[in-house]
Design a protein around this ligand. Structure first.
Ligand code: BES
Ligand code: MN
Ligand code: ZN
Length: 493
């Protein structure tokens, strides 16, 4: 998909997508305006949220399809509505096999034009995403040429719009990196190939990547991680990604930790068949931190971020770890393994300890497809959060309100901590069925050494079971855009 900007004259394109506000539907183009008003009068198109009306007309002796999309009331307009509406428009154009399209942002002062353009670009690019590389017979699709149109913008606004479009493209590209990594099956993306992908994304985007092999993992005494990894024939990799965009403040380092189970069978606490099929996606956290790093680096944010991924498979073999074993960890704490399917937290705590001790991270955000309970509690559209620092949470909330990727905080009450205390070791790796998302998060908290910490359980949000306006079934790429936004917001301060 090619995307650019265009001051509006709407002739030469195949399709013109016009976003309109309810009770305020009008467009500066006289001819079109008359038509739209007539539709409104006859109540054929009112500009209500999600409404779509299309017709084809002759424009300069060529056929042009006009697609009207309703945004709802002006006072309720949000960036998310624009992303959604943009996705709808692009999908409709594809359905009608129209390949050169102009998406015209609405005439409103409610939101800055550049912000609207960014949202529209983001929705458009992601709505165009597909994962069909393994289909041997597929229909050839024409490449989409998209321009973002706006009426009556002066040169300075035009400049803002153009740079916002670039930013929107870069963010969407980061999301697509994550989606692709998650959608790839586990025979293609396993620890070594995931590490290779991180290396190539780093080279393209401008961050440094170092990959540790199994010997180094043992040297570092990452016992919890290694115990999960050791049954697999495909060796684990520990991936370290470093971006230093603020060299004057070298000690100011944000640490991102992504769960990187390239496959999770459950181990000896084996998963039922139905739960095992989608477990190639158990590296959604890793994919999202790789995607976020790419956006942060490409946008050259003045900040320092280190991201790590303990990548491995959770499989069964004669040398696998077993329920009832007591294992160590890089931090020295002992852990009773009551369930080998609660493996993610074991890999994460060594990664967290590493990023604090060896990379000097001052704050930690871990992102993990950690518990089915998160899916049960909040569904597929809201990420579950635990934190030890309300200010840090508020920052995430501001970012999430902006990006539209919803979050909800769960309580970290003292009582829950008791559930993961073991009778015979320091901790046990599962607190049982109740409050599963909370106890999983609190297990990780035991290793953050009181540093400001956010835990994002994306078991629900990293994978979609159905298509929506700018997301297809499968990997969503969440929460790449929110991670980027959090870091960017700090820079604006
Ligand atoms: N990777 C799973 C969590 C998961 C489930 C992600 C469904 C996406 C969709 C994780 O490793 C796991 O198995 N968690 C267990 C924890 C339990 C054993 C305490 C779970 O949720 O059942
Ligand atoms: Mn598991
Ligand atoms: Zn898992």
């Amino acid at each position: 998909m090619n995307i650019g900007f265009k001051s509006m004259t709407c002739s030469e394109v195949d399709a013109l997508v016009v976003y309109l506000l309810e009770k305020k539907i009008s467009t500066p183009n006289e001819e079109l305006n008359k038509f739209i008003k007539a539709l409104e009068e006859r109540e054929l198109f009112l500009g209500k949220k999600g409404e779509l009306y299309s017709f084809t007309r002759e424009k300069d002796s060529k056929l042009q399809t006009v697609i009207l999309i309703g945004l709802g009331k002006e006072e309720e307009l949000t960036l998310e509505e624009l992303r959604t509406a943009s996705g709808k428009g692009v999908k409709k154009c594809k359905e009608l096999k129209l390949s050169s399209i102009t998406l015209r942002i609405p005439d409103t002062e409610k939101i800055e034009k550049a912000e609207m353009a960014k949202a529209v670009v983001y929705g458009a690019k992601l709505a165009n995403y597909k994962f069909d590389k393994y289909k041997t017979s597929k229909k050839e699709e024409k490449e989409l040429n998209v321009s973002i149109g706006a009426h009556g913008v002066d040169d300075s606004v035009k400049k803002e719009i153009i740079s916002a479009i670039e930013e929107g493209i870069t963010i969407a590209d980061g999301v697509i990196i994550a989606r692709d990594l998650v959608n790839e099956p586990s025979n293609v993306i396993y620890p070594e190939t995931l590490a290779n992908e991180a290396v190539s994304v780093g080279a393209e985007s401008g961050f440094q990547v170092e990959v540790y092999d199994v010997e180094k993992i043992k040297d570092l005494k990452m016992e919890a991680f290694y115990n999960v990894a050791k049954a697999a024939e495909k060796e684990p990799k520990f991936i370290v990604m470093r971006y230093f965009g603020d060299k004057d403040n070298k000690d100011n380092i944000l640490g991102l930790v992504g769960k990187g189970l390239t496959y999770d069978s459950g181990g000896y606490s084996i998963k039922p068949t139905g739960s095992m099929v989608d477990m190639k996606s158990d590296m959604g956290g890793a994919a999202s931190v790789i995607g976020a790093m790419s956006v942060i680096a490409k946008r050259k944010l003045k900040t320092n971020v280190v991201a790590v991924v303990a990548a491995c498979e959770n499989l069964i073999a004669g040398n696998a770890y077993k329920p009832g074993e007591i294992i160590g960890s890089m931090a020295g704490k002992t852990i009773e393994v009551v369930n080998t399917d609660a493996e993610g937290r074991l890999t994460l705590v060594d990664a967290v300890h590493y990023i604090i001790e060896k990379e000097n991270a001052k704050e930690i955000i871990d992102v993990a497809t950690l518990t089915g309970a998160a899916l049960v509690a909040l569904g597929e559209t809201t990420t579950a959060i635990l934190t030890n620092n309300q200010g840090f949470y508020n920052e995430l909330k501001v970012a999430s309100d902006y990006t539209g990727e919803k979050i909800w905080q769960l309580p970290a009450f003292e009582e829950y901590r008791k559930l993961i205390k073991s009778d015979i070791a320091d901790l046990k790796n599962s607190g049982g069925r109740f409050a599963g998302t909370i106890t999983a998060g609190l297990f990780i908290e035991e290793f953050v050494q009181n540093k400001p910490w956010l835990h994002l359980d994306i078991a629900g949000t990293s994978w979609a079971s159905a298509n929506s306006d700018y997301c297809i079934k499968g990997a969503t790429g969440a929460p790449v855009s929110t991670l980027y936004q959090l870091v960017k917001n700090r820079e604006d301060k």
